[in-house]
Design a protein around this ligand. Sequence first.
Ligand SMILES: [Zn+2]
Ligand SMILES: [Zn+2]
Length: 409
Amino acid sequence: MNGSNFQIEQQCPQCGAPIILDEADRILSCKFCRTRVYLATEDHFRFYIPPAEGISETVYFIPYWRLKGLSYAIKAHDISYTYFDANFISFDSSLLPYSLGLRPQAMKLKFVGNSDNKGKFIASFHMKEENLLKNFKTQPGADQEVFIGETASVIYTPVYCAQGRIYDAILKKPLDLQNKDAEIEQALISSPEEKWRVDFFPLLCPDCGADLPGEKDALILFCDNCHSAWNPSNKNFTKVKFLTWQEKGDNIIYLPFWQLKVKVSGIQLESYADLIKVANLPKAPVEVWTQTPFYFCAPAFKVNPALFLRWCRQLTSTPAPNDLTADFPAQKIHPATLPENEALKSSLLTLASLIADKRNLAELLSSLHLTLEDSSLVLHPFKISASELVHTKIGFGMEISALNMGAYL
Ligand SMILES: [Zn+2]
Ligand SMILES: [Zn+2]
């Protein structure tokens, strides 16, 4: 969907048929043998750009971090956003190219650990996403910048050494290393090797053994048989708490939203009544709201950035429903493609956007510390009309086409 996503070439683990995946895909399905498996990793995926044919020298693969997503900048009077797509070397050398350049966009990548590559993959620095992003700024002048929906992966590009020079193994051209080729070759030889490989997990419900259906980029899978939900991303399937705001009638589709119980240090934000006070919402206080727990809400699907924030605001400023049910057949659910930890980051944005008095906002925000205490995936009912989806309970709607535009996020 998104032009700037990479394509990945991978053989079917069952029958060996060649399959092309999108970078965001988590499910590999083979149309020849009908195998469906989940692609899993403990941290992030590692891909490589295949070298050109006919290189007999040892090929070294050099790691680059790739980060992609959306940056929201909180400023005094508004929240602006911009897309970013950055990559930079993860190897200690100031002479090797700092970034990958544009070429991989046009090439098909492969998973590291794929059996048909020979050569040495240099281990990349292991860093947490938040550390990678610590010094990363896209919007100068922002009080605070929040990154959501990042792809963090490592992409390897190949080089080889011949006649005392280091060559780019895609173009077969020598790199300009200011006559330090021998030094860099030594560094490549002595660097530790990466041992990562992608894992394939059968898509079976851990509770009842039924097949788990799901779109190829779904991060949460629902079992139609025993009505459970699973997060398979971490090499083992963990159960996801999910609740449904049920609706009767036809033409209903359920969209997933994260409902997050967040501890906000520095301000009292336990109940919905607290939110009214903190954000100065134009609502007359009702006794029951002092007993209504407050949750941050965020779409669990990708949608364009302005709409994402609107939904965060809209649902967070609506009192949490008290008629949610825990048992629900997994039908007509739009796939959840935004993980909980990304949704959590939106809480600060939502708060900034809801607080009416912006005078001391920058100070307030920088003093807050948000900790996730609990989360559920809540399925909200939407009525499908010709070109619109309308939330049947709160009447808020959006264009159907907006759901297909989120590939950036
Ligand atoms: Zn197959
Ligand atoms: Zn099941």
